[in-house]
Design a protein around this ligand. Structure first.
Ligand SMILES: [Mg+2]
Length: 297
């Protein structure tokens, strides 16, 4: 019988991005992150200030994170130092406990995993601030995807050896050793495929998402992936995940659902709660639902 399979829950794992997905942009964290990244490029890497905004854009666009891009074009720096510089001074006080989200998540008897490009310290701090630290089975973060790197912040000599304390990294690298990505893209026929590769594994690369799927031991076809980033959604779709764009009420290509806020989860995807009921489940193609900001919730 064709309806015999509706008793099986459609999803057995929910995979969540963290920043700007589990809390809104209005917290101002994203703005602070960008400001701190630019300050790092100026103060620690000695990059010409006038070039920083363009460089930042190009690196983020082509490499997934500015950090991955900086490594690709030839800057060498300590990952922990970068993360603590960028995340250390964020307005974490703007992240408040979210009991509504906590109870939504707790009411779902499905595996829940965090998948973020950020480092572990930031992920744990943000989840604690939101009061969501007990809601997830695990966190896949920068250190998980880039395991050759020592993840513990410390004062070990190993950590400091490439960063001269008196000389900027520009002096260490020499500007001549750095790939001029701004110049590269000023050529009319420049293709992203001609760019140097980064050693850093991060979203939206499909291989990063596949790696996360493997580490979490999940079936992408039975996993729902929540993200605020359109390109991450699209890569997620390519590797077989069902996808939920968070923070927008309009779906985009690659998104199965769109939620203005993660708080709209129950209204937008009620089948998550109903999955174990028998019958009365109709699949309308991709199961598309778009939800406007709820005024009643
Ligand atoms: Mg995000």
């Amino acid at each position: 019988m064709e309806y015999s399979q509706v008793q099986v829950p459609k999803y057995d794992c929910l995979l969540f991005d963290l920043d700007d997905t589990l809390y809104p942009l209005s917290t101002g964290l994203a703005t602070s992150v960008l400001k701190n990244i630019q300050a790092y490029m100026d103060e620690k890497l000695g990059i010409d200030e006038s070039k920083i905004p363009d460089l930042c854009n190009l690196l983020y666009k082509n490499y997934g994170t500015t950090m991955a891009g900086l490594r690709a074009i030839g800057y060498d720096f300590d990952y922990d130092e970068y993360h603590s510089f960028v995340h250390g001074r964020l307005p974490y006080e703007n992240l408040k406990p979210d009991p509504v989200l906590k109870s939504l998540l707790s009411s779902l008897p499905i595996r829940k995993v965090i998948f973020t490009n950020a480092d572990k310290v930031h992920a744990i701090k943000a989840l604690n601030r939101l009061g969501l630290e007990d809601c997830f089975e695990g966190i896949i973060c920068f250190e998980t995807l880039n395991p050759t790197h020592k993840s513990t912040a410390s004062d070990d000599e190993d950590d400091t050896e490439f960063i001269g304390s008196t000389q900027s990294s520009t002096a260490v690298n020499g500007t001549s050793g750095v790939f001029d990505i701004i110049g590269y893209f000023s050529q009319p026929d420049a293709q992203p495929s001609g760019l140097p590769k980064t050693p850093i594994v991060c979203k939206p690369s499909e291989s990063a998402i596949e790696k996360a799927i493997k580490i979490a031991n999940i079936d992408p076809h039975r996993t729902l992936f929540f993200e605020d980033s359109v390109r991450n959604i699209q890569s997620g779709k390519c590797v077989g995940l069902d996808t939920v764009l968070v923070g927008k009420s309009q779906r985009v290509k690659g998104a199965d659902y769109a939620l203005e806020s993660i708080h709209n989860l129950r209204e937008a995807i009620p089948e998550l709660w109903e999955a174990d009921k028998i019958g009365n489940v109709s699949y309308t193609g991709s199961g598309v639902v778009a939800v406007e900001t709820s005024v009643t919730a």
